[in-house]
Design a protein around this ligand. Structure first.
Ligand SMILES: C[S@@+](CC[C@H](N)C(=O)[O-])C[C@H]1O[C@@H](n2cnc3c(N)ncnc32)[C@H](O)[C@@H]1O
Length: 324
């Protein structure tokens, strides 16, 4: 029992050690090869003795392993921290402002007020809007943590969709995944002005830019009309029920009868650790929350939408369909 408790109490240190390894590029340097600490230190520009101690801890938690020759290599889990996999998500979670915002949790627990706004004096998206470097780490991290996007066109039949509108779609990773599977469809990427402005290189890399219209705006004011399918991925969990009701009403007002809205979220189904950890994270960062299927259904029905089936996606994510 003490052991389990101590694991919890030191969990933040392990996360910090992992973030530091990601900042140094340890996983990318170990990809496909084993290196001694001194060799790795040369490649990543680190102090060999300190790096060796970091590697021992990373071995203890299963991110790397070591052979008899003191050469370290990535385990399959450690390889997931490479740059083209979940490395950018780890880099995002290791941003200073994430940790600082969590320091405000006690304030939230005492007052119900948003931790992030209490600590930084403004909401997180306003914070990002004023800092292109942070915004870039945020957008890249969100896109990297979205391997499940590939499964969305498998889980939902987009064959009749001519226009797919990705609402608050970031730099368009989900929209691109859908359009790549459906060459006849066109896309509309909708987000805040500074986010939409950063999207073209990402859409170009995914070879869908020529089929995309970029629209800047505010979800709570109005969203583009005329879509056959609207995507709302990892958005509702950013907001409290009142704001969700407002933004769903805005979506419903833009949708023609028969149009579909696809909600992509992490649905809370039982007292499992991960959705509940994200629930607290949303409480800290945005004042949002993770919800049960029933809570999503109530929100959708409140906006005059008819909820349909719930489909599981990888990484604990879900797809919930609703029709206007
Ligand atoms: C958590 S990210 C999700 C991005 C993307 N849908 C995904 O799943 O990767 C939230 C997005 O909401 C956008 N956003 C926040 N407030 C908004 C608003 N009022 N109007 C439009 N977009 C907004 C942010 O710029 C950001 O791209």
């Amino acid at each position: 029992m003490e052991h389990d408790l101590m694991r919890i109490l030191t969990g933040g240190w392990v996360a910090e050690a992992t973030f530091a390894a990601v900042r140094l590029g340890v996983a990318d340097s170990l990809a496909g090869q084993r290196l001694r600490p001194a060799e790795l230190a040369l490649r990543v520009g680190a102090h060999a003795g300190s790096l060796h101690r970091l590697l021992r801890l990373l071995a203890g938690v299963g991110l790397v392993d070591v052979d008899d020759d003191d050469r370290y290599g990535l385990t399959p889990m450690g390889a997931m921290l490479e740059r083209d996999r979940l490395g950018p998500l780890a880099a995002l979670y290791g941003e200073d402002y994430f940790g600082t915002a969590w320091r405000g949790l006690t304030h939230t627990l005492r007052t119900g007020e948003r931790a992030f706004d209490h600590v930084f004096g403004r909401p997180v998206f306003a914070h990002l809007a004023n800092d292109p470097d942070k915004a870039s780490v945020f957008n890249t991290g969100m896109a990297a943590g979205a391997a499940f996007f590939r499964e969305v066109p498998v889980a939902h039949d987009f064959s009749g969709a001519r226009t797919v509108v990705d609402l608050a779609g970031g730099t368009g990773a989900l929209l691109a995944a859908v359009l790549r599977d459906h060459p006849a469809a066109r896309g509309v990427l909708f987000d805040l002005p500074e986010v939409v402005a950063a999207a073209p290189p990402h859409l170009e890399r995914m070879e869908v830019l020529d089929r995309c219209e970029l629209v800047a705006g505010d979800l709570f004011e109005s969203v583009p009309r005329g879509g056959d399918v609207y995507l709302l991925s990892r958005i509702l969990h950013d907001w409290d029920d009142e704001r969700c009701a407002r933004l769903l009403a805005t979506c419903a007002a833009a949708m023609d009868k028969g149009a579909q809205l696809l909600i992509v979220e992490r649905v809370v189904s039982a007292a499992t650790y991960l959705p509940l950890a994200y629930d607290l994270h949303m409480m800290v960062m945005t004042g949002g929350r993770e919800r049960t299927e029933e809570e999503y259904r109530v929100l959708l029905e409140g906006a005059g939408l008819v909820p349909g089936k719930l489909v599981e996606l990888p990484l604990g994510m879900h797809l919930l369909t609703a029709t206007r």
